[in-house]
Ligand binder design. Structure first.
Ligand code: MG
Length: 243
């Protein structure tokens, strides 16, 4: 515990990342979260320069950073899958299993929950309308992890804050990009808008009645905090924050 905590503190550059390391240090034997390889913003902050840095990160280190975390998760699954009864992994969807980059880019990093999304290449693009288009692409490294997990007998559950009203489109989107075998049992969605962490912890509690959750991977701390997570794997997402 002491060694991991010291390592985590030594690797912290920003206050937010220190908080993340502190959160994860609760899980003694889990791999340390990785820091995104994104450059520090200039001070004083200028939002247009920050947006430029985010776009540079998206085309730069982002994919490799995602893959590194998925690699950590895969190694952990391999070490644990045979050690427990009914092993399971939990995956978030947005910016974990699927990429919403066209909507994020089109909206210039602003979140537009409602409204139409008639042409994502031009924007603005309401998020629910975007989800219902079913055009999100797979995050390749997560898809590979999903397939590997299933091959080794780990049941994969998607737990998402997307609302139930998008279930059909979300499931079709997941299947279309390669997440084969997703069904209602393995897709847990929020019934009402509310704190993501509360819903997700409750969903994992339900899953844990019949499975041993050994890993949980998501792009937000609210995906990972709370009980029944196993080891947590934090993907980079400097594009938006969900409390
Ligand atoms: Mg997400």
């Amino acid at each position: 515990m002491v060694r991991h905590t010291r390592l985590a503190v030594a690797r912290c550059i920003y206050v937010t990342l220190c908080a993340a390391a502190s959160l994860q240090s609760l899980a003694v034997d889990c791999p340390i979260w990785r820091n995104p390889r994104i450059s520090a913003p200039e001070v004083p902050l200028n939002i247009d320069k920050v947006k430029g840095q985010l776009r540079a990160y998206k085309t730069g280190n982002y994919s490799a950073d995602l893959a590194a975390v998925a690699g950590d998760a895969l190694a952990y699954l391999r070490s644990q899958a045979g050690q427990v009864k009914n092993p399971a992994m939990v995956l978030d969807i947005d910016e974990t299993a699927l990429s919403n980059w066209p909507a994020i880019d089109s909206d210039d990093f602003g979140f537009i929950p409602d409204g139409s999304c008639d042409d994502p290449s031009r924007g603005p693009c309401g998020f629910t309308a975007w989800v219902k288009r079913g055009e999100a692409t797979a995050i390749g490294s997560t898809l590979s992890l999903y397939r590997s997990a299933r091959e080794m007998g780990v049941t994969v559950f998607f737990v998402t804050s997307r609302l139930e009203e998008t279930r059909e489109k979300t499931m079709a989107n997941l299947r279309r990009v390669g997440y084969e075998g997703v069904d209602d049992e393995h897709l847990r969605m929020a019934k009402v808008k509310g704190p993501a962490q509360d819903f997700k912890t409750s969903a994992r509690n339900e899953i844990a009645q019949n499975f041993t959750i050994i890993a949980n991977m998501g792009d937000q701390e609210s995906d990972l905090a709370g009980d029944f997570s196993g080891c947590t794997f934090k993907l980079p997402n400097p594009f938006y924050f969900i409390p």
